[in-house]
Structure formats: C-alpha cells, structure tokens
Design a protein. Structure first.
Length: 510
C-alpha cells in the first residue's frame, strides 16, 4: 500500500492523516445516526451519548427526501500567497428531511469528515470553519477529532494489555520488577521478560522488544511534548472529556508522534487479542471511508491509490523535517522520526528508538473527524438540515498531477429511505476537472467568489445525480492548470506582482 524509492524524491501511495489546522484539510460527510449506550438520549457529555465503539446506527423512521451537495474549488482569499497554494474547497451538504411520524424525534447526528478542517480567520477566536443549520438556524456541534479517536484506541488497548499482563503471573511479576526495580535487578527483569515472551509465548523478537519497552515506560504519565498533529485547543472548553482523551496514554511516546504511539498500543493489544487489531479500521469502515488514501486519476477517471512526491532536501521545518512530510502525517508516521528536542530522559529516548526500530512499517490509520450534533424534529414535519465546511484539496502527483477532494456518500445507505443526491461542482474557468461519477459541464457562470468575498469570478459548473450511495465520491482538478491560473491572477494584481518581481530579483519600474 505504500512504497518508498531510495532517491532524492520520495514517492508514496498513501493514506494521509491530517491535522485540524489552517492549511491542512480535506472532505467527507452525510447525516448519520449515532447510537445511544443503552438507548439513553439523556446521557450527559458527548461521549456518554455515543456508542462506545463510535459506530453509527441505522435510521428507519425519518426520510431524506433529497441531498443537494455543492462543492466549489477556489483560492484561499485570506492568505496572500506569492505562489499558488492548494485550492480551498467549500463543501455544502443540504438535506431535506421528513419526519412522517406522529411523534417528535430527538436524535444525535454524526457527520464524518476525512482529514482536517480549515480554521476560519473570520471569527474573533480562530475556530474550525464548520456550520450546521436546521431550517437556517445554527446548531451547536462538537468535533470528535482524529486525535480523540486515537486516544480512545490507546485507552482501550492499555486496559486490555494491562489485564493480560495481570492475568499471567510470570508476566505480572516481571513487569512489576521492571517498573519498580532499579539497576541490575531491572535489567535482569527486562532480559527475562523478553526470553519469556519468545520461548513460552512464541512471540517474535521484535514484538517481544516492543512489550519490554512498553512496560519500561510511564505511558500514563503527563505528556512531555505536543503531539505532531497539534490537536485543537478549543475542545478543552466545549468538550473537556474529548480534549483530555487526546493526550491520554502518550507520556514520553509523544516524542515519536501520536500516530505511532497509537499503533504501538493497538499492535500490542492485538498480540493478546487478535480481534482488536483492526479497531480503527472498523470505525472508519463503519462510517463509510476507505482506509486506503485514494484518488481519481485525472487521465482515466479510475480510482487508484494516491501518490505524492516529496523532496526531502528542501523546506525543512523547525524539527528538521521536510515541510511536505511534516504536514502530511501519514508520510510522517512512516518515518523513523524521534523529536530531537523532546524533553525526555536518555532512558526514555532509548526506549523510543527501540520502538521505532521494531514497530512494523505498515501504518493504516487513516484520518477521520466526526461532527456531532443533536436535533429535535416535530411530528409530521419537513426540515432542511445543512452542514457546510471548508478545507484544502490534497495533492496527487502522478502525472498529470491533480488536487483532489474525497466525499463519503456511504451514509445514505444507512437510511431506510434516502432520495437523490444532486451534485454540483464549481471549478474555475480554464481548469480541467474529473470526477469518479460522470458529470455534465453546464458551461461557465459568474459567481461570487466566497461568502466572505463579494467579488465574482467565472466558474464551470458540473452537475450530476449520484446513483451509487455507498463508498466515496472523488473530485479532481488539474494542478498545473490551477497553478498557472493563480500565477496569472497574481501577476495582474499589483501587490502580488511586486512579490513575484522581488522573488525574481527584478526591481519594479517607477
């Protein structure tokens, strides 16, 4: 599922794990029912109302009359770039929902978004650019971030691993000696634990080494470094239990990144109980995503694994990582990277290095965030529910290179009745477009650039009615055409023109 070429350029077919931050975003969605534990809609706290496994339920009472899905590829109008950045994509899913019953229905909705969400600079305090409306009235929603899901996985894996250790008297004694002993006693316990796992439990030496380092580290202690995914701070006030989960069971392991720390927990838990090995993948698949990061090929229209080319010799960040790698956590997760500035002891650093050495290379935790919100629908009534958000398109570098957006249509299959999905895609005039479903080009139209920008621009409008209501929809635009168009617009803009001339070393004429 991935490959790395030993050359100055790294080519990887990947699943990208994103961060919730300005500049790192992508798409998916549809209304989903979230099951209550024991059927209790009055449960307090976000997680208390959800199925413990974060699985969606099925809706048989309500009807979705239709979904109007609108997608617009356009520039980020806030960031003044001297070069072209990825398109900022606006997604609006408008659902007409009918409650044909004689009772008021209260329910929890979930809306899965792959990758991350653009952080809007328009509000007083930066926050994700997400809006949920019921009949044009705002509804409060909570973001269950990918980092929160990681935290849930680590929490459950930790409980399983510790229970398994406690249930084996020899394992329990050796683990206790390692955790409480010192010096030669502790060293001897490490060696005995490894020998026990290999000789008596038939583990291979790499897995045995992973458990030895797990036992030797304080994984329940305070986090010592911010996770590379920079999890969002506003959850601490809106949903403190979610914010807390993002940092649980990391401790010194945060130095290798929350993705690999989570992989370690899941991998060890699966050694004791193989059924938990695909915990994240099961959550992801239940909401309708594909654990593989895919793209629609701009030339053929076929779905294939995404490819991304990175040049590690340029654009280093403060950690010494290539910017493209550091901002693409799936690539980051495939590197044996240990933060050199992490405030950890030499013993902890040695454990982290051993974990990186022995942890399998394959890493399949694709990114997903879930919007959670509650809705009450009166009896015998029809309502309009709208979920809108913005995010950057992701780059696929297989020639011809493209910018892509993936949208999950699978939620429609979990409703007893779900009407047509009417798709409309707006692409800047002069930029090539391809979708995984055949679309008809309705020709160019003058449209407002964005809700925050009254200026108008020419867009080609592509339309279709989606027949398939499972899996994902992929949309792609020509990356080179996009870059050329943005560059041309910048040259016609006096401010941007000065920036280009400065980069080229040309002095503007008086």
């Amino acid at each position: 599922m991935s490959r790395i070429r030993r050359a100055p350029v790294i080519l990887v077919s990947i699943m990208v794990i994103s961060i919730l931050a300005a500049g790192k975003v992508f798409a998916n969605g549809g209304p989903f029912v979230i099951k209550y534990p024991n059927g209790d809609p009055a449960a307090k706290g976000v997680l208390a109302r959800l199925d413990p496994d974060l699985m969606p339920g099925r809706e048989n009472r309500l009807k979705v009359v239709k979904e109007d899905l609108k997608v617009t590829f356009d520039k980020d109008q806030i960031i003044k770039r001297e070069t072209s950045g990825p398109p900022l994509v606006r997604v609006s899913a408008n659902y007409t929902i009918d409650n044909p019953t004689s009772k008021e229905i209260e329910m929890d909705f979930g809306f899965p978004i792959l990758r991350g969400i653009y952080v809007s600079p328009y509000s007083m305090m930066p926050q994700p650019d997400v809006v949920v409306l019921l009949d044009q009235k705002p509804i409060v929603c909570t973001i269950i971030s990918n980092s929160t899901i990681y935290g849930i996985i680590r929490q459950r894996a930790y409980a399983l691993i510790e229970e398994a250790i406690a249930a084996n008297s020899e394992l329990a004694n050796l683990a206790s000696t390692m955790r409480n002993g010192a010096g030669e006693e502790r060293l001897a316990a490490r060696q005995k634990l490894s020998a026990h796992l290999v000789a008596k439990m038939k583990w291979n030496e790499r897995d045995a080494a992973l458990l030895v380092e797990y036992v030797s580290m304080d994984v329940t202690g305070p986090i010592k470094i911010q996770p590379p995914d920079h999890t969002f701070w506003w959850a601490s006030s809106s949903a403190p239990e979610l914010h807390k989960l993002q940092y649980e069971y990391l401790g010194s392991l945060a130095a290798i990144g929350e993705q690999k720390a989570t992989q370690l927990f899941a991998h060890l838990a699966a050694k004791f109980n193989p059924q938990v090995s695909a915990a994240y993948e099961k959550i992801f698949a239940a909401w309708g995503g594909d654990v593989r990061e895919c793209s629609v090929d701009l030339s053929t229209g076929k779905i294939r694994p995404r490819e991304i080319t990175v040049d590690p010799s340029v654009l280093k960040d403060k950690r010494g990582l290539d910017i493209a790698i550091a901002s693409d956590p799936t690539i980051y997760a495939r590197l044996d990277y240990l933060d050199p500035n992490a405030p950890i002891t030499e013993i902890e650093r040695a454990s982290c290095e051993a974990i990186l050495k022995n942890l399998p290379v394959v890493f399949t935790f694709a990114p997903m965030n879930i919007l959670h919100y509650q809705v009450k629908l009166p009896p015998n009534s029809i309502h309009t529910l709208t979920v809108s958000y913005t995010q950057y398109a992701y780059l696929d570098t297989r020639e011809p290179s493209s910018y892509q957006l993936a949208y999950v249509v699978h939620p429609a299959s979990l409703w007893k009745e779900f009407g047509p999905i009417n798709l409309e895609v707006a692409v800047p005039d002069g930029v090539g477009f391809r979708a995984s479903s055949d679309c008809e080009n309705g020709g160019p139209e003058e449209r407002q650039v964005s809700p925050h920008n009254p200026q108008k621009a020419r867009f080609n409008i592509y339309r279709t009615i989606l027949e398939q209501k499972t899996g994902e929809l992929y949309l792609a635009i020509d990356a080179n055409a996009w870059k050329n168009k943005v560059a041309a617009e910048n040259l016609n803009n006096p401010v941007q023109q000065s920036a280009h001339l400065a980069i080229a070393g040309v002095k503007p004429k008086n």
